[in-house]
Design a protein around this ligand. Structure first.
Ligand SMILES: [Zn+2]
Length: 392
């Protein structure tokens, strides 16, 4: 199948200009001006994208693909994600994660769901492990999972500094990080430890201690939800200044009930003002999980199911705040690919997977192409998940 995208404005995420993109067998075969394949006699689908912006498909590194939540009892477990709720948000790659409930949620289910989503057209990876210790796994250890299971590209989310966590000690954190590093090395991956940062007193202190007292490189740590309070955000800036990458959660702001949270646009701009490179920031949706808002006594006050559309909304807000689109795209695309070592992803370039999100002039999602296949057109999924429409 040959697909030729004509006259779009290309952001690789760097600004390339107006050009055509030729897609062959799910990969980008050429990005040039005036590509004409009529003389080859090959049959191709040609789309004119004048006025549209072509960006790398978003990579969402923290999605509860089999559902999450459960903090208010069984009724509060959120359902599995469906394909169209991912693709319609411009996302072509996800990393699935278990979340708070490592008891009724299982690694086997997570792996099966990731394989299912990849079969349906996007690319899905997973973290091994859980909020709590001892970490759950597929093979008996997170290290073995990283080595032996292709889809496992990290450990997490392990909860730190949170009333729902197992309160991991510095020694435990060190062991988890070193297992993640070694598992990654042996499995030909980077091995990323996704740390759920809560609102507790500990903050980043345990992480800083591991970094100070061991030789584990900072690139293996990806702390997330770092903007949930001003204090945590300030600590995350120190972590980023040391060379680490911090992950911000889309939609985590005061208007969604997170009192004291720093909005993403403000947080990114504050990072840039502090001399932190945009390369040290990723943004994920925490999608399809529940965002539990707790009262002062630790009781659930309100449960919100998070949508994956947070990424596109935050991208739009970042551009509205004054960032160039090329810079604003990086936390959703090339930065995530670099952090996880996904060499075929995150960039529009020859030889990369043809994962492309097409934005209209208002920065809304027009179309989405995943591994060369058109999944979304005019904002609506044209390829639907296996059981999305098959009810009787
Ligand atoms: Zn979390």
């Amino acid at each position: 199948m040959i697909l030729l995208l004509k006259n779009g404005e290309i952001y690789s995420p760097d600004y390339v200009g107006v050009a055509d993109v030729l897609i062959l067998n799910g990969q980008i075969a050429a990005i040039e001006r005036g590509i004409d394949i009529t003389c080859t006699g090959l049959e191709a689908e040609v789309r004119n994208l004048r006025g549209m912006r072509l960006t790398p498909g978003f990579i969402d590194n923290h999605v509860h693909i089999i559902g999450g939540g459960g903090e208010a009892g069984f009724y509060s477990r959120t359902p599995e994600v469906m394909l169209s709720s991912i693709t319609e948000c411009g996302i072509t790659t996800v990393v699935g994660v278990i979340g708070t409930d490592g008891t009724t949620r299982h690694m086997e289910t997570l792996l099966a769901k990731a394989k299912g989503l990849t079969h349906e057209g996007i690319t899905a990876y997973i973290y091994t492990g859980s909020y709590e210790l001892p970490l759950i796994s597929l093979t008996g250890s997170t290290r073995r999972d990283l080595v032996l299971i292709e889809e496992v590209i990290g450990t997490g989310e392990v909860a730190v500094s949170d009333h729902r966590s197992s309160v991991p000690t510095v020694e435990e954190l060190t062991r988890i990080a070193s297992d993640t590093r070694l598992g990654g090395m042996l499995g030909g991956k980077i091995g990323v430890l996704n740390l759920h940062m809560g609102n507790g007193k500990e903050g980043f202190s345990g992480i800083f201690k591991v970094l100070k007292d061991t030789e584990i490189p900072i690139r293996h740590f990806l702390p997330t939800h770092v903007t949930r309070s001003r204090d945590l955000f300030e600590q995350s800036k120190i972590f980023a200044t040391l060379g680490g990458t911090i992950d911000m959660t889309a939609g985590m702001n005061e208007s969604s009930g997170f009192v004291g949270a720093v909005g993403i646009s403000d947080a990114v701009n504050l990072c840039l003002e502090s001399g932190i490179s945009i390369d040290n920031v990723t943004i994920s949706s925490d999608g399809n999980g529940s965002m539990a808002v707790f009262d002062k006594t630790g009781h659930v006050e309100r449960l919100i199911v998070t949508k994956l559309s947070g990424l596109q909304k935050e991208l739009k807000a970042l551009v509205a705040s004054g960032l160039d689109l090329s810079m604003a795209l990086k936390p959703f695309t090339s930065n995530v690919a670099r952090v996880f070592g996904l060499s075929a992803k995150g960039c529009l370039a020859v030889g990369r997977d043809a994962d492309i999100t097409i934005l209209d002039s208002d920065m809304n999602i027009d179309s989405v192409i995943a591994r060369g296949r058109v999944m979304v057109e005019s904002g609506k999924a044209t390829v639907r998940g296996t059981f999305e429409d098959h009810w009787y």
